[in-house]
Design a protein. Structure first.
Length: 377
């Protein structure tokens, strides 16, 4: 194992690469190389890595001040490597303090912005229980939640797009892997929540990282956000309302085919019943539900969900895709459940409501099924 005296020069090199926010390409920064190296180094030298990250948090703002000044003063010059010049000036000013790199053991949160806090967040282990890291998790969660749902969010600009994406993907993994801290980490996003582009990005990130081994945590989070959506959906513009709620309702259903326990499937069914009851006034909810009810696990419950929507709401000019999906559902439901249909008046009435809706929207298949249904009465 390497001694600290050997590690310190290497750590200093990592630190200066960390300071470099310049992009290599559309999705990578120079600092990304240090993040990858420090993740590996953390396995055997966690204290060293913690020290360099704390040192980074203390001096990043000071370095940026020097670097920005150099850029402004030499904007039209022929000097190609202004970053190296900034490092040289930075060392001249802070060399003595930087020699004490191993003495830094606290984060200077006041010095961190969206980019610098994300650099640290990307470096520390996702499942860490280190108190130092837990403090950072709380800070960065609040920082990004404030900005993500701000109408004037910096994250909407192209400069911060990858920072937002990078943070959300790792944040969602952290949340799903840390059940004991789940509510604490997610609470800033619940408190600041509004139906917006930020909400879509957050939901999309959760769906992108969900796995069968964290499905319970996923649904814990989804129920929390359902309550916030029910509080926020009225008087919202159609564009974001449809974009956010469609992603929220369909979630992973069309992208993954997890083998889920009966308990989880029951949670899914309860969720969709609540969605249909509380949000069924929107045609795009009917469209979303029509895409998932044809799954075998939802066939029986799907009849009730669609009946809830159509029984309380009227829709004009329904999309052809929605009609086609509902036709597919009804035919599959009848083929799998014909014996119960013939014996159960309630099922007949619910099915009749859906068939009437389809007939009004020009479905020939629904007309033929309805004739069969009428013959049973």
């Amino acid at each position: 194992m390497l001694k600290y005296s050997v590690l310190i020069p290497a750590l200093s090199s990592f630190k200066f690469i960390l300071l470099n926010d310049n992009k290599i390409d559309a999705s990578n920064y120079f600092s990304s190389f240090s993040v990858i190296a420090l993740r590996k180094l953390y396995i055997q030298h966690s204290n060293c890595v913690n020290s360099i990250l704390c040192c980074y948090s203390k001096f990043k703002k000071d370095f940026d001040d020097i670097y920005i000044k150099i850029i402004r003063e030499n904007r039209n010059s022929n000097i190609h490597n202004l970053f190296a010049w900034a490092v040289e000036k930075f060392l001249d000013k802070y060399e003595n303090e930087l020699e004490l790199i191993m003495d830094y053991n606290e984060f200077e949160f006041d010095n961190l912005n969206l980019i610098s806090s994300n650099v640290i967040f990307q470096t520390i282990p996702e499942n860490s229980n280190d108190e130092l890291h837990l403090e950072l998790f709380k800070f960065v969660s609040q920082l990004f939640a404030n900005d993500l749902f701000d109408k004037d969010s910096h994250l909407d600009s192209s400069k911060y797009y990858f920072v937002r994406y990078d943070f959300l993907m790792r944040f969602c993994n952290v949340i799903l892997m840390n059940k004991s801290n789940l509510k604490e980490y997610i609470s800033p996003f619940l408190n600041q929540f509004r139906i917006s582009e930020g909400a879509y990005e957050l939901f999309n990130s959760f769906v992108s990282v969900v796995r069968d081994d964290v499905i319970v945590e996923f649904w814990d989070i989804w129920w929390m956000f359902l309550e916030k959506i029910l509080e926020n959906h009225e008087n919202k513009g159609k564009y974001y309302l449809e974009k956010v709620l469609t992603k929220f309702v369909i979630n992973y259903q069309l992208e993954y085919d997890f083998e889920l326990s009966e308990d989880i499937v029951e949670i899914e069914k309860q969720f969709y019943r609540r969605v249909c009851k509380e949000l069924g006034e929107y045609e795009f909810i009917l469209n979303s539900i029509s895409k998932i009810v044809i799954k075998d696990k939802f066939i029986l419950s799907g009849l009730t969900w669609i009946k809830i929507i159509l029984g309380k709401n009227e829709f004009n000019n329904v999309e052809k895709g929605t009609i086609s999906n509902l036709e597919h559902f009804v035919k599959k439901y009848v083929s799998l459940n014909s014996q119960n249909i013939m014996k159960d008046i309630k099922i007949q009435n619910d099915l009749s409501l859906i068939l009437d809706f389809l007939i009004k929207n020009g479905s020939n298949d629904a007309f033929r099924l309805n004739e069969w249904l009428v013959s049973l009465k």
